[in-house]
Design a binder for this molecule. Structure first.
Ligand SMILES: NC(=O)c1ccc[n+]([C@@H]2O[C@H](COP(=O)([O-])OP(=O)(O)OC[C@H]3O[C@@H](n4cnc5c(N)ncnc54)[C@H](OP(=O)(O)O)[C@@H]3O)[C@@H](O)[C@H]2O)c1
Length: 255
């Protein structure tokens, strides 16, 4: 039977590449993005002959103002059944944290990386709980949440909070046919990191989405990608506090 997937944060990077994987595999799609023209561009990129056989619904919404009930009803009306829910969206204000963030930016970080996702999942909860078929919920998180640092702290805390929520949900759904997977991504070459340089290699958005797609339905609960980020996270966690405290990023306020 044809699979039906909802993708939140699909207009760029990993989410955009994932849309191609899912469409190629014959899924009906419910695509969520902030700009209708970006969503339209995605639909236009598909062959018209394929669009006759596969449904692609565009849902324009900003997670900061999401009406989760309306989102849920529209997704069910359009797809009939939901098999996969992907939460990929993110906002990141690079090199800005603590005193340099505006209140509106703090709200954006928390809504786009955490609150918007849980509002949607709360709206889907009864449906997921009573479903008799297999449902996959995939949360895209970040290696940034392995240990708090003085950079991107609110971003990382929001990601970590979403992980925490999904882990609670996994316990709640442990006797059902729901699979919850979490990916902690390392450096992925996307629009945010176009010109970023690092001795640690970047993976591409396409490699990353292919890995997520290939693992759909497997028993993975938490995976680092690229995999060597698992090792980095262990090393990072073991650094004694007196050394770690000297590793902070220097902003113009702390120089
Ligand atoms: N790239 C990396 O190096 C890296 C590293 C670690 C973790 N990750 C994680 O991997 C995932 C994908 O990253 P990426 O680099 O591919 O992201 P990206 O290119 O920045 O794309 C983020 C997506 O989220 C959407 N989005 C952001 N705020 C939204 C809101 N308020 N409402 C609705 N949609 C919203 C964006 O829509 P617009 O197009 O409208 O902005 C875009 O489609 C994210 O969860 C990120 O945290 C990435």
């Amino acid at each position: 039977m044809k699979k039906k997937s909802v993708i939140v944060g699909c207009t760029s990077g990993v989410g955009r590449a994932l849309v191609d994987n899912l469409f190629e595999a014959g899924h009906d799609l419910f695509l969520v993005g902030r700009q209708m023209n970006d969503l339209d561009e995605i639909r236009k990129s598909f062959l018209p002959a394929k669009l006759e056989k596969q449904k692609v619904t565009l849902f324009c919404a900003d997670l900061e103002q999401i009406d989760a009930g309306c989102f849920f009803r529209k997704a069910i009306d359009e797809l009939g059944q939901i098999d996969n829910l992907f939460f990929d969206s993110r906002i990141l204000f690079d090199r800005k944290d603590f005193q340099r963030l505006e209140v509106s930016e703090i709200n954006k970080l928390v809504w786009s990386n955490f609150l918007g996702h849980i509002h949607i999942l709360q709206a889907f909860y009864d449906y997921i709980k009573s479903a008799n078929h297999e449902i996959n919920i995939v949360g895209i998180s970040s290696a940034a949440c392995m240990r708090p640092r003085n950079q991107n702290t609110i971003y990382a805390a929001s990601k970590r909070a979403f992980e925490f929520y999904l882990n609670g949900l996994a316990q709640d759904f442990s006797e059902s046919r729901v699979r919850i997977q979490l990916y902690r991504l390392g450096f992925i070459r996307t629009r945010m990191s176009k010109s970023a340089k690092s001795v640690i290699p970047f993976a591409s958005a396409e490699e990353t989405s292919k890995m997520i797609f290939d693992n759909l339905g497997s028993n993975i609960q938490l995976r680092y990608y690229p995999k060597f980020w698992f090792l980095i996270s262990i090393i990072y966690s073991c650094i004694p506090r007196f050394i770690f405290s000297k590793m902070k990023r220097r902003t113009h306020e702390t120089k």
